[in-house]
Design a protein around this ligand. Structure first.
Ligand code: HEC
Ligand code: HEC
Ligand code: HEC
Ligand code: HEC
Length: 129
């Protein structure tokens, strides 16, 4: 049996836990920027499924592409491989488009094309939640 004196303590612990959980859920999803050695910016906001649903994107290859002989493969996609596997931190002989540029071209490029979605630095690399 819990002593009566401990009940308020237990109740406030539960309330605190619930509040903490609801704040955690409101924190916006971001990309993992671990591959950049000393990131200069906060990781970009990107709530994968919610973003793609809102933007009406259902073709995975728009982002997870496979390019062969300079052409987008019609059959293969690369969602099982991180972008950095093909796009190194600096341009290389195998791939002229370094990772940061690949992201900016893809993400900002579409936002510019569609005139929708953030194009200012802080719209993606926002500070705080
Ligand atoms: C449409 C979204 C978007 C916008 C707008 C954007 N970025 Fe990024 N940026 C990304 C993504 C995605 C990455 C790679 C993942 C990450 O770093 O979170 C990235 C990576 C970077 C990186 C390499 C990682 C690091 O933190 O050092 C730098 C530097 C950077 N961006 C600077 C900028 C600057 C400066 C601007 C404004 C001129 C800008 N970005 C605008 C999405 C964006
Ligand atoms: C608007 C761009 C975009 C579209 C469209 C997109 N993804 Fe992604 N996805 C990403 C980015 C960016 C990452 C992180 C890649 C990295 O870390 O290198 C990612 C990561 C993933 C991962 C890795 C899992 C994880 O959490 O690390 C899977 C699986 C995945 N996507 C599946 C899909 C599937 C399936 C579709 C199509 C239904 C899809 N994606 C459409 C951008 C996109
Ligand atoms: C399986 C390897 C591979 C993966 C994984 C990959 N790419 Fe690429 N990507 C390429 C190749 C190859 C090119 C052509 C590079 C060149 O022209 O030198 C390219 C070109 C690009 C380009 C410029 C051409 C275009 O389509 O607009 C962008 C932008 C790009 N990639 C973004 C991304 C992003 C973002 C991711 C992760 C979500 C990603 N790529 C994952 C191989 C890959
Ligand atoms: C093919 C087009 C396309 C691509 C690629 C794309 N976006 Fe978007 N994005 C949109 C559109 C459209 C919206 C506006 C959706 C709305 O609010 O109706 C949007 C909105 C956003 C927002 C605002 C919050 C939200 O989820 O609505 C962020 C942040 C964002 N995009 C980040 C990114 C990042 C980071 C990438 C690259 C990994 C990316 N986007 C790639 C089309 C795209």
């Amino acid at each position: 049996m819990m002593s009566k004196a401990l009940i308020p303590l237990a109740v406030s612990a539960i309330v605190f836990f619930c509040l903490a959980m609801s704040f955690a859920q409101e924190d916006h999803a971001r990309l993992d920027n671990y591959v950049f050695e000393k990131p200069a910016m906060p990781p970009a906001l990107f709530d994968h499924d919610a973003h793609n649903e809102k933007a009406g994107i259902d073709d995975c290859a728009i982002c997870h592409h496979v390019i062969e002989n300079g052409k987008l493969s019609e059959f293969e996609t690369s969602e099982d491989r991180p972008c950095v596997e093909c796009h190194g931190l600096s341009p290389s002989a195998e791939n002229a488009i370094a990772l940061r540029r690949a992201y900016h071209l893809r993400c900002k490029g579409c936002h510019l094309d569609r005139e929708s979605g953030p194009i200012m630095c802080g719209g993606c690399h926002s500070r705080g939640v």
